[in-house]
Design a protein around this ligand. Sequence first.
Ligand code: F6R
Length: 353
Amino acid sequence: DKGAYPYYMLKEVDEQAIVARNIASHYYDEDGNLQGIGCAITDKMKEADRLYIVAAGTSYHAGLVGKRYFEQWAKIPTAVHISSEFAYDQPMLSEKPFFIFLSQSGETADSREVLDNVKKQGFPALTLANVMNSTLTREADFALPLLAGPEIAVASTKAYTAQVIVQAILASALGNPGFDLKAELAKVAVEIQAITDDKEKFKAIAEDALADQHSAFYIGRGLDACVALEAALKLKEISYIQTEGFAAGELKHGTISLIEDGTPVFALLTQKKTEGLLRGEVAQVAARGANTIVFASKSVAKEGDAFVLPEVNELLMPLLAVIPTQLIAYYATLARGLDVDRPRNLAKSVTVQ
Ligand code: F6R
């Protein structure tokens, strides 16, 4: 039931602070110790020489973020693959691979095909899914819940944040993040709430920048590039504005030729080491007439930025940076008079290959 909300998507965007808290109370006990991830899982993962994250769409984008946690905290090399590609073009695997399937529905046919294939080859697999007792959770050796609650809108929002959080918690069970992840996730929940409370700002930005546009861009570097991909998918799939998300450094290798007067270019800036280069890229597109809209975290924000993101540990910033982009997609779609929850040609669960 969407209650007083006009669309499920807005309700689900707003639920993300609660989802972050629910995940924490499931995976931590009262003393802050991890619970709910059996040794059978962590032992098997520690034996692996490489993790392979396999997923589609938004879940794939969550995997791109999760890779950083497994590599930087758990120190296990991690590859992220699109399931529809992996299924028919299996890359050369390491000697001891461990597979992680990310899925909201647990029913995505492309991912199921890969799970079938890797099971036949005898490799261990873990599914992180929102719908437990789904095909992907039943058929994998292990499964962990995402705990986002039912997601009804076709555009995935809270399942993405849940996937990022559960991957972080899982990686922290394998290695040391070097900070108090539980405390930081509590802060993430507070700040997600603060951003969603400020939603009118994104309504104004979306109406101003996107009501009449045919194309748009999201740029960022590092983790912000991962969020740019997700932000672009969200905007294009419900508003039908052709949107590209990509690593900002690639602009000069081709995409910058698409910039015209008024083209909206959203830039995400939450990673300090990327500040100088990203600001340069924003200036370059602005000089070619782009309407630049910068979402920057507090310590790197400048006058003229469209929104200042609150700050948490840099590696967790995708959890905050994605929220404005979900709201931009939502309000741009509303402004164009479209059905936010049910974009044309799409199904919530893609059960065909
Ligand atoms: C986009 C979206 C899709 C799904 C993809 C995978 O908003 O929802 O891209 O992320 O179809 O679905 P799951 O996560 O159910 O495997």
